[in-house]
Design a protein around this ligand. Structure first.
Ligand code: PLP
Length: 390
């Protein structure tokens, strides 16, 4: 078993989550617990470090060429873990999933076109759409007793006719839904009916808890393949976000050609370290990931039990991801008050729910991919900050 309880001190390591906490939250890294940015405090699999060491040993860091072994590693992973047979020529390497989604938006839509999201959702989608002057169409998820569901009828009623693309987050961040086969098929049918390109961001697809089954959209609904872009990466799965490499997997030739033209216009190419790290992770990281799933199931249990015991707080049951999504609505407090209690009193730094769009206003998102000791301490501090409710 990999030791996820090992203390990795991330202070003064250029960690966004830890070293920017004081600037963003006013909490020093010495006294605070960083639970915002979506990376983990765990060491990555040893095979990744070995691959970097091997590269460093050679001391030559030239342009990367011949992607065959890298592409093979991806195809093997997708086949082994997800039962998806990918042709290497479908895979286009980009500078991370956000970069890949922005390229899809640029390739398949024009300024002012409508782009659909299911809110609340990962905040970078809205920010990249705003930066590209696209109109955001928020299909609000329905919170059905602590579980998000799609409302495609309500979304359909909102359409204005200028919508060209949908960004679908599968599994969903935040809230951690692993969409069912029926839900995936309904989304695909919606995109076909309304002539939309479907970008399925599946970056969290390996981080699924026992008892849940993620299905790659291409497998759930083969009929949508001529309008489907699947985004995937090793970076979330193996905690190597700094590698900044991801893949757009596009099986349709015409769709792929358009995407490649946009990549060429921006001269997009991933870096050598990223290729080496991703290949090593896919080839050697399986045991690490299986250990991670077991360790994190317990982190999740401890966090949820502790939070749900506080009157007025409710943590969604994550089916995937390490991003706990806590509803403070029943405290009756304003956003400022419950946030102040968590940040200023408990000295825990979560993401503010309203940055995830409509429906996120009463929530905070907590990254629980840290050693158990810190998860337990965070729960204890939050309970103390809301002690007057108990
Ligand atoms: C759903 C989702 N997509 C994309 C990303 C970012 O991916 P990248 O770092 O490869 O741009 C994240 C990071 O949290 C995410 O949660």
């Amino acid at each position: 078993m990999n030791n996820f309880d090992e203390k990795t001190d991330r202070r003064n390591t250029h960690s966004d989550k830890w070293d920017n906490m004081e600037r963003v939250y006013g909490i020093s890294a010495d006294e605070g617990i960083a639970m915002w940015v979506a990376d983990m405090d765990f060491r990555s699999p040893k095979c990744v470090s070995d691959a970097i060491l091997e590269l460093v040993d050679g001391s030559v860091y030239t342009y990367y060429g011949d992607q065959r072994s890298y592409l093979e590693a991806i195809c093997n992973w997708m086949d082994r873990r997800h039962g998806w047979k990918v042709d290497p020529k479908w895979i286009l390497s980009v500078n991370g999933v956000n970069n890949g989604i922005a390229l899809a938006v640029q390739a398949y839509t024009q300024e002012n076109d409508g782009v659909i999201l299911f809110s609340p959702v990962y905040h970078a989608f809205a920010s990249l759409l705003n930066a590209n002057n696209r109109r955001i169409v928020e299909g609000e998820l329905v919170n059905n007793n602590g579980r998000y569901e799609l409302d495609l009828d309500a979304l359909e009623a909102q359409l204005q006719g200028d919508e060209k693309l949908m960004i679908f987050c599968s599994p969903h961040n935040p809230g951690g839904r692993v969409w069912s086969l029926e839900e995936l098929q309904a989304v695909a049918a919606f995109c076909i009916k309304h002539d939309l390109i479907l970008v399925s961001d599946e970056i969290h697809h390996d981080l699924v808890y026992a008892g849940n089954k993620h299905t790659i959209l291409a497998l759930a609904a083969p009929e949508v393949r001529n309008r489907l872009v699947i985004m995937s990466a090793t970076t979330k799965t193996f905690n190597i976000a700094g590698a900044h490499i991801g893949n757009a997997i596009i099986s349709d030739k015409t769709l792929r050609k358009k995407y490649i033209a946009t990549m060429s216009a921006g001269k997009v190419s991933a870096n050598r370290f990223g290729y080496h790290m991703a290949e090593a992770a896919y080839n050697g990281g399986e045991e690490w990931l299986d250990d991670w799933r077991k360790y994190m199931a317990e982190n999740k249990r401890i966090f949820d039990e502790g939070i749900n015991a506080i009157p007025g707080l409710r943590s969604m049951n994550l089916e995937a991801t390490y991003l706990a999504w806590v509803n403070f609505a029943d405290t009756g407090m304003t956003k400022e008050e419950f946030t102040d209690r968590v940040v200023k009193i408990a000295k825990v730094a979560p993401n503010s729910g309203d940055t995830f769009g409509t429906g996120g206003e009463n929530f905070l998102r907590f990254n629980i991919a840290t050693r158990r000791e810190l998860v337990t301490e965070a729960v204890k501090r939050i309970a103390a900050a809301f002690a007057d409710l108990q």
